[in-house]
Design a protein around this ligand. Structure first.
Ligand code: HEC
Length: 133
Protein backbone atom coordinates (compact mmCIF):
# COMPACT_ATOMS: atom_id res chain seq x y z
CA UNK A 1 0.00 0.00 0.00
CA UNK A 2 2.86 2.37 0.81
CA UNK A 3 4.21 1.78 -2.67
CA UNK A 4 0.91 1.71 -4.56
CA UNK A 5 -0.40 5.01 -3.15
CA UNK A 6 2.43 7.23 -4.45
CA UNK A 7 2.31 5.46 -7.79
CA UNK A 8 -1.37 6.21 -8.09
CA UNK A 9 -0.78 9.88 -7.26
CA UNK A 10 1.99 10.00 -9.88
CA UNK A 11 -0.28 8.51 -12.51
CA UNK A 12 -3.14 10.90 -11.86
CA UNK A 13 -0.83 13.89 -11.70
CA UNK A 14 0.97 13.01 -14.92
CA UNK A 15 -2.31 12.91 -16.82
CA UNK A 16 -3.43 16.22 -15.34
CA UNK A 17 -0.07 17.90 -15.83
CA UNK A 18 0.19 16.89 -19.45
CA UNK A 19 -3.27 18.38 -20.02
CA UNK A 20 -2.13 21.64 -18.45
CA UNK A 21 1.21 21.81 -20.22
CA UNK A 22 -0.66 21.58 -23.52
CA UNK A 23 -2.70 24.55 -22.43
CA UNK A 24 0.31 26.60 -21.30
CA UNK A 25 1.79 26.53 -24.79
CA UNK A 26 -1.32 28.12 -26.28
CA UNK A 27 -1.94 31.43 -24.50
CA UNK A 28 0.63 34.11 -25.33
CA UNK A 29 -0.69 37.54 -24.47
CA UNK A 30 1.49 40.66 -24.32
CA UNK A 31 1.38 43.41 -21.67
CA UNK A 32 2.77 43.72 -18.15
CA UNK A 33 -0.53 42.82 -16.46
CA UNK A 34 -0.56 39.62 -18.44
CA UNK A 35 3.08 39.01 -17.53
CA UNK A 36 2.26 39.22 -13.81
CA UNK A 37 -0.72 36.94 -14.29
CA UNK A 38 1.36 34.47 -16.25
CA UNK A 39 4.01 34.40 -13.55
CA UNK A 40 1.34 33.71 -10.92
CA UNK A 41 -0.10 30.93 -13.07
CA UNK A 42 3.29 29.33 -13.35
CA UNK A 43 3.52 29.49 -9.57
CA UNK A 44 0.26 27.54 -9.30
CA UNK A 45 1.79 24.81 -11.38
CA UNK A 46 5.03 24.86 -9.38
CA UNK A 47 3.21 24.69 -6.04
CA UNK A 48 1.08 21.75 -7.21
CA UNK A 49 4.16 19.90 -8.43
CA UNK A 50 5.83 20.52 -5.07
CA UNK A 51 2.77 19.10 -3.31
CA UNK A 52 3.01 15.97 -5.43
CA UNK A 53 6.65 15.77 -4.42
CA UNK A 54 5.60 16.12 -0.77
CA UNK A 55 2.95 13.41 -1.13
CA UNK A 56 5.25 10.80 -2.63
CA UNK A 57 7.99 11.49 -0.07
CA UNK A 58 5.58 11.98 2.86
CA UNK A 59 7.04 15.40 3.46
CA UNK A 60 4.11 17.06 5.25
CA UNK A 61 5.94 20.38 5.70
CA UNK A 62 6.38 20.60 1.95
CA UNK A 63 2.70 19.79 1.39
CA UNK A 64 1.61 22.35 3.99
CA UNK A 65 3.85 25.17 2.75
CA UNK A 66 2.82 24.79 -0.86
CA UNK A 67 -0.87 24.29 -0.02
CA UNK A 68 -0.71 27.57 1.94
CA UNK A 69 0.79 29.34 -1.05
CA UNK A 70 -1.95 27.99 -3.30
CA UNK A 71 -4.56 28.98 -0.74
CA UNK A 72 -3.29 32.57 -0.91
CA UNK A 73 -3.18 32.52 -4.70
CA UNK A 74 -6.74 31.16 -4.77
CA UNK A 75 -7.92 34.42 -3.24
CA UNK A 76 -6.56 36.42 -6.20
CA UNK A 77 -8.92 37.40 -8.93
CA UNK A 78 -7.46 35.95 -12.12
CA UNK A 79 -9.88 37.44 -14.54
CA UNK A 80 -13.14 39.32 -14.73
CA UNK A 81 -15.45 36.35 -14.74
CA UNK A 82 -18.57 36.42 -12.63
CA UNK A 83 -20.23 33.33 -14.03
CA UNK A 84 -21.54 30.90 -11.43
CA UNK A 85 -19.51 28.08 -13.00
CA UNK A 86 -16.23 30.00 -12.65
CA UNK A 87 -16.97 31.20 -9.13
CA UNK A 88 -17.89 27.66 -8.10
CA UNK A 89 -14.61 26.23 -9.38
CA UNK A 90 -12.69 29.01 -7.68
CA UNK A 91 -14.54 28.35 -4.43
CA UNK A 92 -13.85 24.60 -4.55
CA UNK A 93 -10.21 25.30 -5.47
CA UNK A 94 -9.81 27.55 -2.45
CA UNK A 95 -11.71 25.13 -0.18
CA UNK A 96 -9.64 22.09 -1.16
CA UNK A 97 -6.36 23.95 -0.59
CA UNK A 98 -7.69 24.46 2.96
CA UNK A 99 -8.56 20.79 3.52
CA UNK A 100 -5.14 19.91 2.12
CA UNK A 101 -3.51 22.19 4.70
CA UNK A 102 -5.51 20.54 7.50
CA UNK A 103 -4.61 17.04 6.32
CA UNK A 104 -0.92 18.01 6.13
CA UNK A 105 -1.04 19.47 9.64
CA UNK A 106 -2.54 16.21 10.88
CA UNK A 107 0.07 14.21 8.89
CA UNK A 108 -2.84 12.41 7.23
CA UNK A 109 -1.47 11.10 3.93
CA UNK A 110 -4.74 9.62 2.64
CA UNK A 111 -6.63 12.82 3.47
CA UNK A 112 -3.94 14.91 1.80
CA UNK A 113 -4.06 12.77 -1.32
CA UNK A 114 -7.84 13.02 -1.48
CA UNK A 115 -7.76 16.82 -1.13
CA UNK A 116 -4.98 17.03 -3.71
CA UNK A 117 -6.94 15.09 -6.32
CA UNK A 118 -10.07 17.14 -5.58
CA UNK A 119 -8.04 20.32 -5.99
CA UNK A 120 -6.48 19.11 -9.22
CA UNK A 121 -9.96 18.51 -10.63
CA UNK A 122 -10.72 22.20 -10.19
CA UNK A 123 -7.52 23.13 -12.09
CA UNK A 124 -8.65 21.18 -15.10
CA UNK A 125 -12.36 22.02 -14.75
CA UNK A 126 -11.79 25.75 -14.44
CA UNK A 127 -9.50 25.88 -17.49
CA UNK A 128 -11.94 23.77 -19.44
CA UNK A 129 -14.86 26.06 -18.66
CA UNK A 130 -12.85 29.17 -19.57
CA UNK A 131 -12.10 27.65 -22.98
CA UNK A 132 -15.77 26.79 -23.51
CA UNK A 133 -17.23 30.14 -22.43
C1 HEC B 1 -11.12 29.23 -10.78
C2 HEC B 1 -10.39 29.07 -11.98
C3 HEC B 1 -9.01 28.45 -12.01
C4 HEC B 1 -8.52 27.44 -11.25
C5 HEC B 1 -9.20 26.66 -10.17
C6 HEC B 1 -7.17 27.22 -11.69
N1 HEC B 1 -6.85 28.08 -12.69
FE1 HEC B 1 -5.12 28.11 -13.73
N2 HEC B 1 -5.87 29.61 -14.85
C7 HEC B 1 -7.07 30.26 -14.66
C8 HEC B 1 -7.16 31.39 -15.54
C9 HEC B 1 -8.32 32.37 -15.61
C10 HEC B 1 -5.99 31.38 -16.31
C11 HEC B 1 -5.61 32.38 -17.38
C12 HEC B 1 -6.19 31.89 -18.66
C13 HEC B 1 -5.82 32.73 -19.82
O1 HEC B 1 -5.08 33.69 -19.67
O2 HEC B 1 -6.30 32.38 -20.90
C14 HEC B 1 -5.20 30.24 -15.85
C15 HEC B 1 -3.97 29.88 -16.37
C16 HEC B 1 -3.15 28.90 -15.86
C17 HEC B 1 -1.86 28.55 -16.37
C18 HEC B 1 -1.18 29.25 -17.53
C19 HEC B 1 -1.76 28.68 -18.78
C20 HEC B 1 -1.44 29.54 -19.93
O3 HEC B 1 -2.31 29.58 -20.79
O4 HEC B 1 -0.39 30.17 -19.97
C21 HEC B 1 -1.36 27.53 -15.62
C22 HEC B 1 -0.01 26.82 -15.78
C23 HEC B 1 -2.36 27.24 -14.62
N3 HEC B 1 -3.44 28.10 -14.79
C24 HEC B 1 -2.23 26.26 -13.68
C25 HEC B 1 -3.20 25.97 -12.77
C26 HEC B 1 -3.08 24.92 -11.78
C27 HEC B 1 -1.89 23.99 -11.61
C28 HEC B 1 -4.23 24.94 -11.06
C29 HEC B 1 -4.60 24.10 -9.91
C30 HEC B 1 -3.65 23.93 -8.84
C31 HEC B 1 -5.08 25.98 -11.62
N4 HEC B 1 -4.41 26.59 -12.63
C32 HEC B 1 -6.34 26.25 -11.16
C33 HEC B 1 -8.04 29.89 -13.80
C34 HEC B 1 -7.95 28.86 -12.91
Amino acid sequence: MRIRLPLMVCGIAMVLMSAMFGRSQQAEKPGSQMEVQKRDMQKKLDYSKNILDGLVTEDFDKILGNAKSLNTLAKHKWMQNDSIAYRTQNQVFWFTTGTLMTAAEQKNLDGAMLSYTQMMHTCVNCHQLIRRQ
